[in-house]
Design a protein around this ligand. Structure first.
Ligand code: GDP
Ligand code: IMO
Ligand code: MG
Length: 424
């Protein structure tokens, strides 16, 4: 069975934990979009792993890991991650393949990300400064793009880097008065990348099709979330990739019809990092309580996450565009003990009520939430093992989300650990 998991909000829904759990029944885990802007947490016993590029299945010793063509790979970050896993006794030498067609994030991409964000001041996007946008821009622009497969021909890569760095230096000098970068320094690093990553490069599309034909079970791991999708999210406050499940096909060359089940991952409330509209945001005491209880600080940047009520309009939209079959609802435990509990069930925009999410930041920033108020519960949920043992008000909360999003909730998270998970 092949499954795909994607976030249905603005990222950080708990994808890492769900992938780790579902990986138990998989042979291969594939990352197909994004880059080191992602931060996926897997907790095993008292060990916590934060993965940025490596599929979250990596922590299980028998899983084959694929970094497919749709990613922008920062080789420095990937090498550090492989080393960090090795330091924890997790060896990837014979079970990792990186697409030769994935694009490479280099120093000038991270530099541009920083320069551009700084120059925008209060109009910034609030990116992770991981060079994501500039690298995807080079991919779409084609002429100055560098792919992982370029590490296979260092002489040709040296020439490409000279041309590209000269171009970037002109641009950054003129636009930002930035100091020039040295192509030789970047090339020197690339020689190390070739040495450390060269053996992992391959044709991941061929590998995946062959594996699926052999009835291997593949788990596709989305990064970010549908509301950060470049086309279907809250543009321009999005990431630069197709972060909804629609990005899976282009991101790894496997069509959606080969996937048996699409899981959407949600948090029992809403969070967002970076700028952009967030109708159900609680920039107040409630938001602060959720942030503290849920430990809502960025896995990649450490930034405090903006917190708010669950937005069913947004999630119903993400579930619809993502052909989501089932939902995994995480962080239900975080809502225990609140004084009030609300779900946004529709928006009022320019005096009109709607329950269809507008993927348009201008329109969305004028949306006022219409809330449904639910009964709270005080019980600690972190050791609940079966659905029947949840407090009735928590069950009613789940039922309300299922009704509004028109999607069944089959996995419930009551804590960060593997065994803090309820299956229905
Ligand atoms: P991802 O980017 O979607 O993989 O999510 P992150 O790892 O960035 O953020 C999710 C955070 O919530 C991590 O710290 C997880 O360990 C934690 N987490 C996941 N599921 C649960 C849950 O059900 N309850 C609680 N309290 N924490 C959870
Ligand atoms: P995971 O996979 C939450 C957000 C950034 C910023 C916007 C653009 O852990 O859910 P970028 O660096 O991609 O150009 O930033 O997207 N963002 C995320 N927010 N979780 C993520 O990944 C994110 N990846 C990017 O905060 O608002
Ligand atoms: Mg994250």
């Amino acid at each position: 069975m092949n499954c795909c998991i994607t976030g249905l909000q603005w990222g950080d829904e708990g994808k890492g934990k769900v992938v780790d759990i579902l990986a138990e029944k998989s042979d291969i885990v594939v990352r197909y979009a994004g880059g080191a802007n992602a931060g996926h947490t897997v907790v095993i016993g008292d060990k916590k792993f934060a993965l940025h590029l490596m599929p979250s299945g990596a922590v299980r010793p028998d899983i084959f890991c694929v970094i497919a063509n749709g990613l922008v790979v920062d080789p420095e970050c990937l090498i550090e991650e492989i080393q960090m896993l090795a330091d924890n006794g997790i060896d990837l030498q014979s079970r990792l393949m990186i697409s030769e067609n994935a694009h490479m994030v280099l120093d000038y991409h991270k530099r541009e990300d920083q320069l551009r964000e700084d120059s925008l001041g209060k109009n910034k996007i609030g990116t992770t400064i991981r060079g994501i946008g500039p690298c995807y821009a080079d991919k779409i622009g084609r002429s100055y793009a560098i792919r992982m497969g370029d590490l296979n021909d260092l002489a040709r890569l040296e020439k490409k880097l000279e041309k590209t760095t000269a171009y970037k230096n002109k641009l950054f000098g003129a636009l930002y008065g930035a100091e020039p970068m040295d192509a030789a320094v970047i090339f020197k690093k690339c020689k190390i990348y070739a040495q450390k990553l060269g053996a992992f490069l391959g044709d991941t599309t061929e590998f995946l099709h062959t594996s699926i034909a052999e009835k291997k079970s593949v788990l596709f791991e989305g990064a970010q979330g549908a509301l950060l999708d470049i086309d279907h999210g809250t543009f321009p406050f999005v990431t630069s990739s197709s972060a909804s499940s629609l990005g899976m096909g282009p991101g790894c060359g496997v069509p959606a019809k080969m996937v048996d089940k699409f899981y959407g991952i949600i948090k029992a409330y809403t969070t967002r990092v970076g700028e952009g509209p967030f109708p159900s945001e609680q920039d107040n005491a409630i938001g602060n309580i959720i942030r503290e209880k849920g430990n809502e600080f960025g896995t990649t940047t450490g930034r405090p996450r903006r917190c708010g009520w669950f937005d069913a309009v947004a999630v119903a939209y993400s579930a619809a565009i993502g052909s989501i079959n089932e939902i995994a609802l995480m962080h239900l435990d975080t809502l225990s003990g609140l004084d009030e509990l609300k779900i946004c069930k529709s928006y009022s925009i320019d005096g009109k009520e709607t329950d269809f999410f507008p993927a348009n930041s201008d329109k969305l920033s004028r949306a006022n939430c219409t809330y449904e108020t639910l009964e709270t519960w005080n019980e600690d949920l972190t050791s609940v093992k079966v659905f029947e043992d949840l407090p009735q008000n928590a069950k009613d909360y789940i039922a309300a989300i299922e009704k509004l999003t028109k999607t069944p909730i089959t996995i419930i998270g009551v804590g960060p650990k593997r065994n803090q998970t309820i299956f229905r």
